[in-house]
Design a protein. Structure first.
Length: 415
């Protein structure tokens, strides 16, 4: 089926979804979760083919993003159930006031309509996006990268089976069959069919969509995330947080890419950092790319011109030494993509300078950037991490997939 034919189906499904009760949507979501579990074997079989085809073409850490397991599928199903348990955002009265002429004006939350997502090699995005779109009253059109297309197809088949079992239109969740650039271009310019386009992937994908899209779109994903170790930091805490942020899953957008260290603690902290992340790690030691000051303290790779502006998505960490928190804020704002930044400090004034001064969607004090996630924020799951300021910022949950309209009630009022 062509992309245009699928978009026509999505637009038709959109007209039906507006009249479905929230309880029926929740029932469908639970059935979709059950169908994921029931189809685990089929999904894993499709994923195994994707992984085998991708070997040698993408890095090992990107293979980890692509690979599914029974445990990960169970987590996907649990994410759908958590979304089902959340309050519906639809129909909420956001503002109510009465005018002197007797008009009653309400601002009411409503669905966007058709939400399209272009993403690359993370199959779990398929179920997360579908669940959030449906719960927020939207039709979901998915366009997956070729590396994960077989996996996404098996997941969508299970989700559509859940919709059918619940008595809803299967076309509320659709997967684009074409994985060439042409289908992405069609979604970018699908005026009248796509109400919001969300890219989830690397810098190249997001830049292409922002540059070429004629439909509304959200910038998401690219994460050059920083951690600043302040002069007052608990260094044991800092080591734990840096290791978690860099090494727990380096292929995701909330992983740390740059470490910034106050010069007053650098001589104590950096040798311990090297021991923890390099010397003691027999598997996947971290490559430290050091600025000139850091290179005088520990051994590593000299930082290149682009290392403080690169999302490595790998076991690589750029290291920068600064004078104080003010210099840290200036460096981070100059090189950040607006995703997530953290300060490790025992000084409340330093924490206040950092949280006020950093211009990113999520700013942490004494916690890992790995928490920037819809599930961790209590949103069930997420549609993506918005790094822009309009209309959404940070993890995009149900509220960010709604807009609003005004409903005005009168009693024969004329102007």
């Amino acid at each position: 089926m062509t992309t245009q034919e699928l978009l026509i189906k999505a637009k038709a499904a959109k007209s039906k979804l507006g009249n479905i009760k929230a309880a029926d949507i929740d029932c469908a979501l639970l059935m979709m979760a059950d169908q994921l579990i029931e189809n685990t074997d089929a999904i894993l079989a499709a994923n195994a083919l994707d992984v085998e085809a991708a070997k040698g073409n993408i890095s090992d850490v990107m293979i980890d993003r692509l690979m599914l397991s029974a445990e990960r599928i169970s987590g996907m199903a649990q994410g759908i159930r958590e979304v089902a348990a959340l309050p519906s955002p639809l129909g909420r009265v956001l503002k109510h006031h009465e005018r002197p002429d007797g008009l009653v004006i309400e601002r009411v939350s409503v669905a966007l309509g058709v939400v399209a997502i272009i993403y690359e090699s993370r199959p779990n995005v398929t179920s997360d996006a579908a669940a959030l779109a449906l719960k927020s009253g939207n039709v979901c059109v998915l366009r997956c990268g070729k590396e994960a297309h077989g996996s996404a197809g098996a997941i969508v088949e299970a989700l559509r089976a859940g919709l059918k079992k619940a008595g809803l239109d299967e076309d509320m969740v659709l997967l684009i069959e074409d994985t060439t650039r042409q289908s992405a271009n069609e979604l970018m310019t699908a005026d009248g069919y796509v109400d919001l386009l969300i890219p989830r992937g690397g810098k190249g994908l997001i830049s292409a969509i922002v540059k070429n899209a004629t439909v509304p779109c959200i910038q998401t994903g690219t994460g050059i995330c920083h951690i600043y170790v302040d002069s007052s930091a608990d260094l044991d805490m800092a080591l734990d947080i840096v290791e978690n942020a860099k090494c727990s899953r380096p292929s995701v957008c909330n992983a740390e890419e740059v470490l910034v260290v106050a010069e007053s603690v650098a001589r104590d902290f950096l040798p311990r950092l090297k021991q923890r992340l390099v010397d003691e790690r027999e598997v996947n030691p971290v490559e430290l790319r050091l600025d000139e000051k850091a290179a005088r303290i520990i051994d590593g790779t000299p930082a290149g011109e682009q290392d403080f502006d690169t999302e490595f998505l790998d076991y690589i960490l750029a290291v920068k030494i600064v004078k104080d928190v003010n210099e840290a804020v200036a460096h981070i704002n100059a090189h950040s993509t607006g995703h997530s930044e953290a300060i490790i400090t025992q000084d409340e004034q330093a924490a206040d300078i950092f949280t006020r001064g950093i211009d990113s969607s999520s700013v942490y004090v004494n916690a890992s950037t790995r928490f920037t996630d819809g599930g961790e924020f209590g949103l069930g799951c997420e549609m993506g991490i918005s790094t822009q300021k309009l209309h959404a910022r940070g993890p995009m949950g149900l509220e960010e997939l709604n807009t609003y309209k005004y409903i005005i009630k009168g009693s024969g009022n004329i102007r």
